[in-house]
Design a protein around this ligand. Structure first.
Ligand code: TYD
Length: 131
């Protein structure tokens, strides 16, 4: 599968950088939730699920980490290493995150509030659902 990376406009001056994220502009959905993951041990792998309807954009605002994306037909690994890039995690894409740097802060913008019933946490169930 081909990952969709959104490159955000950076506003940089002598004071540093600034990136603005706006729904239906550089984020391709209505924004309902933001969460962030930090302090992840470098040998930890997390995620291991797909969402039935939720769409998300992941931004590594500090440090680096890698995503495995799998749409059931192909897989791709994507390293996030810059706060001016967002990775679209579309609905029905199995995803895992790994190789977190010690300082990694991974921010995720989501199209809906948290809802456990939107998760598919069983990989075989995911494959059946997409095929
Ligand atoms: P989980 O989805 O398992 O994390 P990941 O898949 O990224 O490794 O979430 C961990 C816990 O946090 C789980 O108990 C659900 C809870 N949670 C919320 O309460 N709200 C949220 O927005 C998210 C993403 C998770």
């Amino acid at each position: 599968m081909t990952p969709e990376i959104i490159v955000f406009k950076e506003i940089v001056d002598q004071r540093g950088g600034l990136v603005a994220l706006e729904e239906h502009k550089n984020i391709p959905f209505t924004l309902k939730r933001v969460y962030y993951i930090y302090g992840t041990p470098t040998d930890c792998r997390r995620g291991f699920h797909a969402h039935i309807a939720l769409r998300q954009v992941a931004v590594c605002v500090k440090g680096t980490c890698t995503f495995l994306l799998d749409n059931g037909h192909g897989k791709v690994d994507v390293c996030l290493e810059s706060p001016d890039k967002g990775l679209l995690i579309d609905k029905m894409v199995w995803h895992e995150m790994y190789d977190f740097s010690e300082d990694c802060i991974l921010m995720v913008l989501a199209s809906d509030i948290y809802c456990e019933s939107d998760y598919i946490r069983d990989y075989n169930h995911f494959l059946k659902a997409v095929h």
